[in-house]
Design a binder for this molecule. Structure first.
Ligand code: 0PR
Length: 385
């Protein structure tokens, strides 16, 4: 640190130079991210609540009510209005909390969790931190978890089974109904990672899309991750963990004698109230109707990309169910194709299972961006002939 401080103007000038090196969502060039531009209202509210700390909620009673309000709205959306939970930093922390609650409730000597091969890497972190053995279930031909494989992995040490509603790489929805039945029979915690899907599947279902049930309506589901900072339009960091009831939170509560609340179940202590306030604001502002329109719009852009790829003879990995498209060039490997696209200014990501170019059609990607992308993909096809 320098001895003498700089004038504010100078600091802002220096910062602007750094920020110019960042990519922006509005350019439409970020194709592999699950985050997106924050809604202007969410930005404003975030700044207004910057100082509120939900780690000491007795001091910020209004913000605590906003957090409860979000939990209530999300619980209702996911078929359990009395769900208990918290607004936290994102899907990683939510999955970690779910695994911690499941482990503590089960009390197994050598705890194990069963996750699909398609599960997000946050479960590896959770297993490492919590001392859990991670067992990976196979996928079926459609890249959804193979229920028989899950069944075979269950043992007396299984403390949780995980299903994913909207996988990170392909946007697949696991057969949660079947997982729910198995977990009810075996009395095992079923956690659904709907970090991505939670803010789009229910709205698409409301428009008549034939997507499977994945939420608390299925009695075996004990907890759900849903991230407002993905399809919810909330600013980073805004994640949410929901449990069927408060007993799961109690199973991991720690005494906090000198704070305004005597027990704490979250992993972090001091934690952002701004995320809760901004999520509350954006959900109130959008309403179900707003999210339904958004879901239909991103699926329209998804379809345009899907159709354009098929016309150009690129190969789809699967028919997209949600707003993620994974595809391959007929002969060129995905990493080489990703490099070509990067040279043309596109930031794409390459999936691992199977290797493919993966595009997440987040709200910042407009139809005109997809037309430009398809033109570049056509150019790549023409050049090789
Ligand atoms: N669960 C699922 C299904 C996810 O897809 C993700 C993240 C998480 C949990 C973890 O969420 P947090 O990252 O909020 O802790 N999925 C994206 C991924 O890892 C996150 C992402 C977002 C990656 C923006 C890149 C990016 O630019 O691919």
């Amino acid at each position: 640190m320098d001895e003498k401080g700089l004038p504010e103007e100078k600091v802002l000038e220096l910062l602007a130079e750094f920020q110019r090196r960042d990519m922006t969502y509005t350019s439409g060039r970020i194709l592999g991210s699950m985050c997106t531009s924050s809604h202007p209202l969410a930005r404003r509210v975030y700044c207004d609540f910057l100082e509120s700390n939900l780690g000491d909620p007795g001091l910020f009673r209004g913000t605590r009510e906003l957090e409860s309000g979000v939990i209530g709205m999300l619980g209702e959306l996911l078929s359990e209005p009395d769900a208990a939970g918290h607004i936290i930093t994102g899907g990683t922390e939510a999955n970690l909390m779910a695994m911690r609650a499941a482990r503590n409730m089960a009390g197994a000597e050598k705890p194990e969790i069963i996750v699909p091969k398609s599960a997000h890497f946050s479960f590896r972190k959770a297993a490492d931190i919590l001392g859990l053995r991670l067992r990976e279930a196979e996928l079926d031909q459609d890249y959804r978890v193979d229920v028989e494989s899950v069944r075979k992995l269950i043992s007396g040490n299984t403390v949780a089974v995980v299903g994913v509603a909207g996988t990170t790489e392909l946007g697949r929805i696991d057969p949660v109904e079947e997982l729910s039945e198995i977990c009810l029979d075996e009395d095992i915690h079923l956690h659904i990672d709907a970090a991505f899907g939670g803010f789009i599947i229910p709205f698409l279902r409301e428009t008549g899309a034939e997507l499977p049930e994945f939420d608390f309506k299925l009695q075996g589901v004990s907890s759900i991750t849903v991230d407002p900072h993905k399809m919810g339009l909330a600013p980073i960091p805004s994640g949410c963990i929901l449990f069927r009831d408060a007993s799961y939170l109690d199973a991991m509560s720690i005494e906090t004698p000198y704070l305004t609340e005597k027990q704490q179940s979250t992993i972090v202590g001091t934690r952002t109230g701004a995320s809760a306030a901004a999520t509350w604001a954006i959900m109130k502002h959008m309403g179900r109707e707003g999210y339904r329109k958004l879901a239909l719009r991103v699926m329209g852009v998804t379809r345009r990309l899907r159709d354009g790829l098929v016309e150009l003879d690129y190969q789809l990995v699967v028919e997209p169910e949600l707003n993620i498209v994974a595809f391959n060039h007929p002969t060129m490997g995905p990493h080489e194709l990703a490099d070509r696209l990067e040279e043309l200014g596109w930031a794409v990501s390459v999936s691992s299972c199977p290797p493919a170019i993966r595009v997440v059609l987040m709200p910042h990607i407009m139809e005109e961006h997809i037309e430009l992308l398809l033109r570049d993909l056509e150019g790549i096809r023409l050049r090789e002939e």
